[in-house]
Design a protein around this ligand. Sequence first.
Ligand code: F6R
Length: 258
Amino acid sequence: MRVIITDDAKQAALEAAEIIISLIKRKPDCVLGLATGSTPIGLYEVLVEAFKSGEVSFSSVSTFNLDEYYDMSPEHHQSYRYFMDQHLFSKVDIKPENTFLPECSGKQSAEEVAKQYEMEIKRRGGIDLQLLGIGENGHIGFNEPGSSLASRTRLKTLTPNTLEANSRLFEDGEFQPTLAMTMGVGTIMDAKQVLILATGTNKSEAIGNMLLGSITSACPASILQMHPHVTAVIDRDASIDIENSDYFELSESNRRKL
Ligand code: F6R
């Protein structure tokens, strides 16, 4: 796994954005897998700036988000569709019909929605680059600890730990969904390239387990050790539990010299 350790979150956003921008330049009709949450907001800001300056266009890009709350209308301010519109889609030239989230209303069959989502990913040639954040408990997407490492898109119940971590985003007394449709671990592993972004000391234990822990569903992100093309961009705060972080820094500096 390539590991890039940056001084701070801003630098991490720049490094991660650079990887996405160079992919879009190389393959203008690429398929991106996207994430929500606090971590990628800075990265989306860099992408928007790159679009505004004419460096990159999203006009032929397709996107598939990792997850969406179950039975939440796309207009709801807590929906991930709303988040993506606010932080990226409405600010660049992406075609709305090329943006996908696993949206599932209570009136639909979750199995059918999940199946269609997987089929649409395949129909567009598969995900070229999947962007991930990581939960404090090691989740990727909403694949909570205990998720099958071969799982596909499906409905998941969020753990109390995840609900607690995300409660900061909800007003007091506001309804917080406990179910979400998420790409499976297997779906994520099918992406040709994975880019995982993590910042802050609260992510350091999960990052340590992801990189050098045993491969186990107790830390779903640890399966990324089995993926042939992963880049982890993490700030120094998120790197404190990596046993041999010096080695990763040396390795990255050699890579840049070559
Ligand atoms: C979001 C997602 C989650 C988040 C993770 C970290 O689409 O799938 O796995 O990436 O919960 O969230 P933040 O960035 O808010 O700490």
